[in-house]
Every structure is written in structure tokens, then in C-alpha cells.
Design a protein around this ligand. Sequence first.
Ligand code: B12
Length: 355
Amino acid sequence: MDELRYFPRELLLQAAHQVYMRNLELDPSLTDQYDQRQLARMYEDVFANLQQLDAAMDLDDARMFPEHVAWVLELMQNLMPKIPSDVPLRQMVLHLRSMDEVLRRLLPAEFADRATLHLQRAISRIETPPPSGPATSGFATGRHAELRARYLALLLEYRNKEALHLIQDTAASGVPMEQILLEVLRPAQIELGRLWYTRKIGVDVEHIGTSTTQQAMALCFPEILRRPGGEERRVLACCVGNELHEVGIRMITDLFELRGWDCLLLGSSVPTPAVLDALRNTRPALVVLSVTLPRHLPICLDIVRAIHREGLDVKIAVGGRAFASTDGIWSKWDIDFYSDDAVDLIDWAERSLPR
Ligand code: B12
């Protein structure tokens, strides 16, 4: 478990237990409605919500916690399609009120006031949701739409070898690997996530699909290895904290490699001291930090601060899905680059980091 700032371990355990109990007290119907497994899941969710609140308080970001709560609520509504959607909404509001009550008892007044602010914002966010954006993700339209639909269909039917053949044949037909990565494999991954979230597929399909996508990504290596070696600029890339989402950062290193950079990929779940050691040992021109889950953002900031504290001479780029649910948190950080787009990053690096 990541270390939290406002809720040290003892307090977290106490708070989680009390929030869970208070929640059941305020809404006794939950005990009838949920089976044993669902109650255990609810207990885990209390932990996850406290972690998210801690991260939002730590970074003093107004959007992070409300966005997380809205995501959890939608997931609950998807999990209980037969129950009217205002039932999970009421349950979530009660849950947030229980959190508030308990934290008022457990935290010093100044921290409790801060927690209340985030909890109130979350309640308004779900009671009065902002108008939703365009209904389509763009998956079904645009360049390579047919190809990505075929690739995804094969993943959904566990036809992983055929999916790999499809990508291999596409690459052999001259479609640049950069397009395959960004316009076929990435959208297919995001679509897998949406299908899981809306309960259209199980975790098994998403897991097998993701490992197939990682194998498909490896198909660009022959192209990378064909390039003559030379004076290459070096990039070190990693996910932060307990982040397990590594497909995005792998894709970034593959894209850098395709443009002739030398990449070292630390991968997922890397402790901060290991990142610093790798920077000292390998002396890259650029370090790329990727964060998918918002609760890992404080660790990303820790790494940025540690790099400056240690006086390491390296440019710092941060990005990944987590930043999209914040109020532009990156603009407060001492970094060299942020974008939500991998190609922007590589274009910027080519311009700003001389060979
Ligand atoms: C595959 C997957 C997993 C796999 C990851 C396996 C692996 N080896 O990577 C596993 C099963 C482990 C997993 C676990 C979980 N997951 Co998951 N996962 C996904 C999924 C379906 C696809 C991720 C992916 O491959 N994306 C494709 C890559 C290419 O895109 P990308 O990561 O966005 O990266 C691109 C850009 O963001 C950008 N970028 C990335 N980093 C950087 C850095 C810089 C500097 C720049 C400029 C750009 C940049 O460039 C990349 C290339 O274009 C997503 C769905 C989604 N919408 O992403 C959910 C998703 C991210 N997961 C989610 C969740 C909730 C979880 C779990 C908490 C589930 C659970 N209850 O256990 C756990 C958490 C595990 C952990 N500790 O990290 C949620 C997150 C929701 C939220 N609130 O943020 C998502 C969005 C699913 C959903 N629709 O709700 N997951």
C-alpha cells in the first residue's frame, strides 16, 4: 500500500473501519442488499476512497476527488443495472457523509476542514453532474477504423494469434508502426477498458487482450533493430509508485526508439530510490514519468522533487491518464514538459534536446 500523508497507516485503518460501520448504520438496507463478497468489496472501496482523498488533499487539487467519486458511482451503476440509478447515487452521498463525520472525529480541525471541502465538492459533482461530452469515443471512425475494429473483435473472441497476424500483415503492408501503435493498439486498449467498465466483458478478456497487445507492440522491434546504431540520445521511462499500467509508457519508449532514441524502460511499480539510482547510473537526457491512477500523482511529485534535490542533470516530462482528472496540476510542478499526447512529447524532445 502507498504511504499516505494525511492518513498514516494507523489512522487509515481506524478511519476505514469507522466509515464502513457508520455507512452500514446510516443505510441498514445495504446489509440486506449486498452479499458477503459485495460487503468485502465495499470495505476495499472505503480504503480506495480514503487514498484518493488523501492524494487530493496532498496535492490540493479540486477536481481529483470529485472525478474519482463520479467514476466509482458510474461503476456501481454499471454493476447494478437492474437497480434504479438514483439508489447508488443516494448510497454514495451517504458514504461521503459518513466519511466526513468520521474524519471530523479523527483528524485535527484544519485537516478535517480540508477533507470536508473535497467531500462537499464530490457530493455536488454527483448530484449535479456537468453536461456529458460527445457520446462517441471516435473508435469507430477515422483512419484505420476498420482495422482496429477487426483487431478488437479478435481480442474479444480470444483469437490472439489471428490478432497478431493481423498486426504483422498490416505492418508488412507498409502501415507505419507509429500509426499501428497509436491508432490501432491504443484505442483498442481503451475500448477494452470501456467494455470492462460497462460490464460487457470480464476481467479475463481484458487481461488476455492486454497481453496480446503487448505482444503486438513487440512486432515493431525488428524495425528498431534494423536501424544502424549511432550517437543516440537516451531516455529513461517509468511508471511511478504502485502503478501497474505500463502499456502507455512502453508505447512511448517504442515510439522514441522508432525515431532513433536509446530508451531504457524501468516499467511498472518502481520505488522512488530505484528511479534515482537508474538516473545516476544511466545519465539520460530525459526522464519520462507516466501516471495512470490519480492516487499515484503525489508519488510522481515526490520523484520530481527528489530529482531536483539530488541536483540530477536531466529534463523531466510527466504525463498519462491521471493528469486529465486534475485541475492542471502539472502547471504547479517544476518540470520541463507535460502533454497528454505521446507524439507531442517526442516532437518536443527532438526540438529541445540536441543530439
Ligand atoms: C490494461 C489495463 C489494466 C491492466 C494493466 C496491465 C499492464 N501491464 O499495463 C491491469 C489489469 C493491471 C489494470 C489494473 C487496474 N486498473 Co486498469 N486499465 C487498463 C486499461 C483497460 C488499458 C490501459 C492501456 O493499456 N491503455 C493504452 C495506453 C497506450 O494508453 P495510455 O496508458 O493512456 O498511454 C498513452 C497516453 O496516456 C500517453 N502517456 C502516457 N504516459 C505519458 C507520459 C508522458 C510524459 C506523456 C507526454 C504522455 C503519456 O501516451 C500513451 C501512448 O499514447 C485501462 C483503460 C483506459 N482507458 O486506459 C484501464 C484503467 C486505466 N484501469 C482502471 C482501474 C480502476 C484499474 C484498477 C484500480 C482496477 C482494480 N480495481 O483493481 C487496477 C489498478 C492497478 C494498479 N495498481 O495500477 C481505470 C482507471 C480509472 C480511474 N479512475 O482513473 C481504467 C481507466 C479502466 C476504466 N475504464 O475505468 N488495468
